[in-house]
Design a protein around this ligand. Structure first.
Ligand code: HEC
Length: 136
């Protein structure tokens, strides 16, 4: 029983490691940054062309309310690209952090045309803001 549990942990760990490929050289590790949710609200402005952080509001992009920890392609009523929907991605914080560098590089074929946020601190701030699951 204990051996089974350990084997399961090993498999889960291996899967999680596979889900996040190595960061581009020179990119600070997500864990080394502290996201500021207040600054993140401002840094999120560029995303608001296409996204709302409020629940149930799909625009050009799906609502990002509750996106941290969510499986890709699962917002009801939003028509995703096959690339996103079949990506198997779970939007953990390190995954969003890397995705936002270049969405098209991370999910080839995505219909998110945004070219990417190259500023690591701003990506961390946006994630901290999204984690607050804004209600206004
Ligand atoms: C030009 C419009 C546009 C901008 C700007 C944009 N996005 Fe997107 N985003 C989209 C579209 C469209 C999708 C759906 C992608 C697909 O189905 O391939 C998407 C998908 C996503 C997803 C996956 C959601 C899911 O449910 O699978 C995340 C996370 C995301 N965007 C975050 C952001 C963040 C954070 C920003 C700002 C830094 C941003 N996006 C800027 C259009 C945009």
């Amino acid at each position: 029983m204990i051996r089974f549990a350990l084997a399961t942990v090993a498999v889960l760990t291996a899967t999680a490691a596979l889900a996040v490929p190595p960061l581009p050289p020179g990119t600070p590790a997500f864990a080394s940054l502290k996201g500021d949710p207040v600054a993140g609200k401002t840094d999120f402005t560029v995303c608001k062309t296409c996204h709302s952080a409020l629940a149930g509001q799909n625009r050009i992009g799906p609502s990002l309310h509750g996106v941290v920890g969510r499986k890709a392609g699962t917002i009801p009523g939003f028509t995703y690209s096959a690339a996103n929907k079949n990506s198997g991605i779970t939007w953990t914080e390190p995954v969003i952090y890397q995705y936002l560098i270049s969405p098209q590089a991370y999910v080839p074929g995505t219909k998110m045309t945004y070219p990417g946020q190259k500023d690591a601190q701003k990506r961390a701030n946006i994630i901290a803001y999204l984690k607050t699951n804004p209600t206004s």
